[in-house]
Design a protein around this ligand. Structure first.
Ligand SMILES: [Zn+2]
Length: 847
């Protein structure tokens, strides 16, 4: 390793291979390869790109950094001599030693800073900028809400020069070239497939990855299905809080003012809704021109995509689908690819460790330089939280006690045809308000819930009584969800109070009857359950087997119809479902929930019955649920896009437990996932999730009570490798103790894993990026250019993430993508093109 990029030897006999070297900064930014390479100089003296800085501010510090870096480098060399291999990092590196070293460095640097009057002066000036008496006066005048303004000039804060870790040499990836080629081909194919699936459904795909794939694709970018997000200008110095309309969005539910009726007809064909331009759906020719994913072709495609994971895959016929989906899943550990991906992931971890060793102080200094901003006042989104457990146990307890005081005589329940008041309900339980405590409530997960999802589910019943769950945490009950609405509004109020915390709450749609959506929407509109800090996701529990056994459903298609037809109707004729139309404005998309570790008796393959023929009492497998949710969402999104309505995304629980192949479905079909714990066991998938930058909402406290103890949680590992992870709470009712469960989550993670302030801010930034809040809102929260690649998209004044960190992530991703795509480029491109069933089945593309 060397600090500095080594220019390629021009006369190298292995010119072809030379392309495998780490890309230069110029390449990363899409510059021509032939350009004269500027030595990336960070030491000593002012870097050429930062010449406008006062020179004396940097020189002596840079010299110091160099000294420190060299010292670190020497020590790490000395350390590594004690190990058997240079890339092997000790499993349990003695924390005390590392810490002591870090502290010593910190002391050294702070002493150096004392000798740097210019730096001090500057920091002081920065500080004075906001804390001057005049500013304070201004704050008071503008009221609390406007306190969060931005320091004028972002450029003053730009800090892009840092110690880069680069690898030089002919074969930079540590495996034979043929192995690299095989692995790269499979990886590229998998990425192409995800790109197609995301494009078809209007879900987002990582821009950087798309740009690299573009180099391998013959089709110009313009022909792709997904489009640039339309721009609404937000000024660079706009405030951190976006302006919201004064009127409550549910204030005016007026069918008259809603978009008109298109008069389209609907019919579900083979589990997917088809749209017809006439109400009369018998005339096939009136079918609206939309991409309808049809079962066999798309499905073979799913099988095939995983058959791609092997370099030796033969042609796949429709008949052998069964064998292949099995094979596809088994193919993940094909030694060559697996070991390649494993090595890359190890490399990414080690590289990050080096990055932190060399740049920690600089990152910290960059954060300190930003006035006003710190971890407490940056945006955070709780990316995975269920509405029915979004309050903590103390909150629920107080709420129940209050209800017992205020609404004792209210009829809240019907037991065997007889109406019961709240008083009677508690009398039958032999309880008074005084008796109630957190202990009697008994909703918290404990040691008995570990690996017992059934016991955990029972914890949703306060005092073990399902009747209390029905009264207090359901939207559809005798009091039409009044209590639940109130308690959620209290949670919303707390979020608004905290200003910078937001949540994406999951509400349930079960698919048992056609009116569930309308009831849910009416609940939200009637009780005005809305907050600018909250977005909704709709979770569909995978409980077909339960409803089938109870004879509530005849086949699986009925469940799909109940879930999707109302959404299509509300899109075609909003005034026919006025509340639903309003409610959908605030819904991000779909989640799929249940215990993933439940055994699956079926494998989704070509012999699987179509949804209309799924009449057995067994539950369809995970991939079946996910596929049909995706397929219907594709059609719905196209219809909604045509009408100018916003589109939905798929964000399932995935990889919490159970088979690893759930993560394969998640990779292909969903914009991002919750949990992803099992990626730790699947290096190929983990590497793919990294390259595609798929968001993973992780909840280590929840995992700790259910599936994986805290110290084994892979979050810190994922984060170090550059996977897009965020922290979320899952179920504060069961897992958390305080009024700010998300902060609790950050606090524990930070303490257990010794995260730096930069790591925490990076997690928070990730949470906003992967959330469903609107593009416009994100511009205020993260910066007007947040969607741009690399440090250009970062605004440290809003995110408190140093540009250095963002640049490191971006350059590292670009280097991985270069490695992969250039390896493939050296081969004849045709090998990929010829198997171009990569493109969605032709019937999908031509429509
Ligand atoms: Zn969950």
């Amino acid at each position: 390793m060397s600090s500095g990029i080594v220019p390629p030897k021009s006369g190298s006999p292995l010119r072809k291979r030379a392309s495998l070297q780490a890309p230069t900064t110029a390449e990363i930014h899409g510059g021509p390869r032939t350009r004269q390479l500027q030595p990336a100089r960070s030491l000593p003296g002012p870097p050429h790109c930062l010449k406008h800085f006062p020179v004396d501010l940097r020189t002596s510090m840079d010299g110091k950094y160099k000294e420190i870096a060299e010292e670190l480098f020497c020590r790490s060399l000395a350390d590594s001599e004690m190990r058997s291999a240079p890339y092997e990092f000790p499993e349990d590196s003695p924390i005390e030693q590392l810490e002591e070293r870090r502290q010593r460095l910190e002391r050294q640097i702070s002493q150096d800073v004392k000798l740097e009057p210019d730096i001090l002066l500057r920091a002081k000036q920065d500080f004075l900028k906001i804390d001057s008496a005049a500013d304070l006066q201004l704050f008071k005048e503008q009221g609390e809400d406007l306190v969060d303004h931005l320091p004028k000039d972002r450029d003053v804060l730009l800090e892009r020069e840092f110690q880069r870790v680069t690898i030089s040499g002919e074969e930079t990836c540590g495996v034979p070239f043929t192995d690299l080629l095989d692995a790269a081909k499979s990886v590229v194919k998998a990425l192409f497939i995800r790109e197609k699936y995301m494009g078809l459904s209007f879900q987002s795909f990582c821009k950087t990855t798309a740009r690299f794939l573009q180099n391998l694709s013959e089709k110009p970018l313009a022909l792709r299905m997904y489009e640039e997000i339309p721009e609404t200008p937000v000024a660079a110095d706009a405030p951190v809080h976006p302006p919201f309309a004064d009127q409550h969005p549910y204030e005016k539910c007026d069918p008259e003012s809603m978009p008109g009726d298109l008069g389209f007809g609907l019919k579900m064909v083979n589990g997917v809704v088809h749209v017809y331009t006439k109400q009369d759906i018998t005339d096939k020719t009136t079918e609206l021109d939309l991409p309808y994913p049809d079962f066999p072709t798309s499905f073979i495609h799913i099988c095939k995509s995983w058959a791609y994971m092997t370099p030796t895959s033969d042609g796949i016929s429709a008949k052998s689908g069964h064998a292949h989906i099995l094979a596809g899943w088994r193919m993940l550990p094909i030694p060559v690819i697996k070991s390649f991906c494993y090595r890359r992931l190890q490399y990414l971890s080690s590289k990050f460790q080096m990055h932190v060793l060399l740049n920690e102080m600089k990152e910290l200094a960059a954060q300190k330089k930003v006035p006003h901003r710190d971890f407490y006042n940056i945006r955070k989104v709780d990316t995975h939280i269920h509405a029915s457990s979004c309050m903590n146990q103390k909150h629920l307890l107080r709420f129940i006690k209050r209800a017992m005081k205020k609404h004792l005589e209210e009829i809240v329940h019907v037991e065997k045809g007889k109406e019961q008041t709240l008083k009677e309900v508690f009398e039958t339980m032999n309880l008074t308000a005084y008796d109630l405590s957190v202990d009697t409530l008994d909703v918290h997960a404990d040691r008995n819930t570990f690996h017992r999802f059934d016991k955990f589910n029972a914890k949703y019943n306060p005092i073990g009584e399902s009747v209390l769950r029905e009264i207090f945490i359901k939207t559809d009950n005798q009091v039409s969800g009044k209590y639940f609405a109130h308690i959620i509004k209290e949670v919303m109020f707390d979020l608004e109070e905290s200003k910078y915390q937001n949540a994406e709450l999951r509400l349930s749609i079960y698919g048992r009857s056609r009116d569930e959506w309308d009831k849910l929407a009416k609940w939200a509109v009637r009780h005005k359950v809305h907050s600018n800090n909250v977005r909704w996701l709709v979770q569909v529990p995978r409980l077909f087997d339960v409803y089938k056994t109870k004879k509530q459903l005849a086949n699986f298609q009925e469940m799909l119809e109940n879930i999707f037809l109302p959404l299509f109707e509300a899109t075609i004729h909003p005034a026919s479902h006025p509340e639903l139309h309003l409610f959908l404005e605030h819904v991000d998309g779909f989640d799929s929930v249940d215990d993933e570790s439940k055994p699956e008796h079926h494998i989704f393959n070509l012999d699987s019955p179509l949804p209309g023929n799924w009449t057995e009492e067994d539950n369809p497998p995970y991939s079946y649920y996910l596929y049909y949710t995706y397929a219907n969402m594709v059609v719905l999104n196209h219809l909604r896009r045509k009408r100018g309505f916003h589109t939905f995304v798929l964000r399932p629980h995935c990889g919490e437990a159970g088979p690893i192949h759930h993560l394969v479905s998640g990779f292909m079909l969903s914009e991002n996932i919750s949990h992803g714990l099992l990626l730790r066991k699947a290096p190929v998938l983990q590497y793919l999730y990294y390259l595609a930058q798929i968001g993973i909402a992780m909840s280590p406290l929840s995992n700790n009570s259910l599936f994986l103890s805290y110290h084994r949680n892979p979050l810190p590992e994922y984060l170090s490798r550059g996977l897009v992870v965020s922290l979320s709470t899952d179920d504060p009712l069961q897992f958390h103790f305080t009024k700010e469960p998300l902060m609790e989550e950050y606090s524990i993670a930070t303490q257990v894993w010794k995260l730096s302030s930069c790591d925490m801010c990076e997690l928070a930034r990730n949470s906003v990026l992967m959330s469903g809040f609107s593009h416009r809102v994100k511009k205020y929260w993260l910066g007007p250019n947040y969607w741009k690649e690399g440090p250009e998209g970062n605004d440290i004044r809003r995110t408190n993430v140093p540009d250095i960190r963002v640049a490191y992530r971006f350059e590292t991703l670009c280097q991985e993508l270069t490695l992969i795509t250039q390896a493939v480029q050296t081969e004849e491109l045709e090998t990929i093109q010829e198997e171009d069933s990569l493109t969605m089945s032709s019937s999908l593309n031509t429509r």
